[in-house]
Design a protein around this ligand. Structure first.
Ligand SMILES: Nc1ncnc2c1ncn2[C@@H]1O[C@H](COP(=O)(O)OP(=O)(O)O)[C@@H](O)[C@H]1O
Ligand SMILES: [Mg+2]
Length: 252
């Protein structure tokens, strides 16, 4: 059964059609990548899945029930990590916030925070404030805060867009490892075609004005993925070429 389903969804904002005829089922445990040019409605799509926006027509369901608002088991990683973290709370404090919000047992919080900091490799920076951490570290911290929620679903909106290439690859592999370990379902938005293929079980390319789905590619690359060997495979290169051609076409 689909965990998240969009059924003939239209979205209008301020009298303008933003998304039209969005129809997709995301299976439990699936990693779905969505690519498309800027302004084609990717963030709006994610906000619909998150229950932060409601469709103008059609419906969005979660485990078969209509989505009516945000839920604790769906976590969102925003593009702008700067805005997602509280500057007056330390790394530990930012993770604690998520645990407080879900009423995590007080006496177990410290242990859980330590576990999460270890997972994202920030144990030694527990008492630092966001502005004392590099961009990559802040983004890892945002991811840890989402994981503190122990989410069934991770919605990620161009999460690595602002990071350097090496940090980006490290975090891609961390997200894959986390998804594999927890069985989380992931909706991953990116404008990086290679990233979309590298991570996904499926890649959907969007067309703008109004935003709609253009084409869907199934990604049969073996897992676990590897930054060198996966990207060198002939299927990877073929998919990259096909996706590149689609995006080039929809941008014109
Ligand atoms: N609250 C809003 N009211 C009116 N238009 C909006 C609103 N939010 C986004 N839009 C418009 O919807 C379109 C899609 O935006 P968005 O989902 O952010 O696209 P993307 O993430 O692909 O860049 C853009 O043209 C944007 O200007
Ligand atoms: Mg966006």
């Amino acid at each position: 059964m689909a965990l998240i389903a969009f059924e003939k969804v239209d979205l209008s904002l301020g009298g303008r059609s933003i998304l039209t005829d969005i129809d997709v089922s995301i299976q439990k445990g699936e990693f779905l990548s969505v690519v498309g040019p800027s302004g084609c409605g990717k963030t709006s799509l994610l906000n619909l899945a998150a229950g932060l926006l409601m469709p103008s027509a059609g419906r969005v369901t979660y485990a078969g029930k209509e989505v009516t608002g945000p839920r604790q088991d769906i976590a969102i990683v925003f593009q702008d990590y700067g805005k997602a973290l509280l500057p007056w709370r330390t790394a530990s404090g930012n993770i604690a916030l998520a645990l407080e919000a879900m009423n995590y047992p007080k006496d177990l919080r410290e242990t859980r925070i330590a576990e999460l900091l270890d997972l994202i490799g920030l144990s030694e920076h527990a008492e630092k404030f966001p502005n004392q951490l590099s961009g990559g570290m802040q983004q890892r911290l945002q991811i840890a805060r989402c994981l503190a929620q122990d989410p069934a679903v991770l919605l990620m909106d161009e999460p690595f867009g602002a990071l350097d290439a090496m940090t980006r690859q490290t975090l891609q592999d961390e997200v894959l490892a986390i998804a594999a370990r927890t069985g989380a379902t992931v909706l991953f938005i990116t404008h990086d075609l290679e990233e979309a293929i590298y991570l996904g079980d499926r890649v959907i390319a969007m067309r703008p004005n109004p935003g709609r789905f253009e084409v869907s590619f199934k990604i049969d690359l073996p897992r676990p993925r590897d930054q060198l060997t996966t990207r060198e495979r002939p299927e990877f290169l073929k998919l990259r070429r096909e996706l590149f051609d689609v995006i080039k076409e929809v941008e014109h």
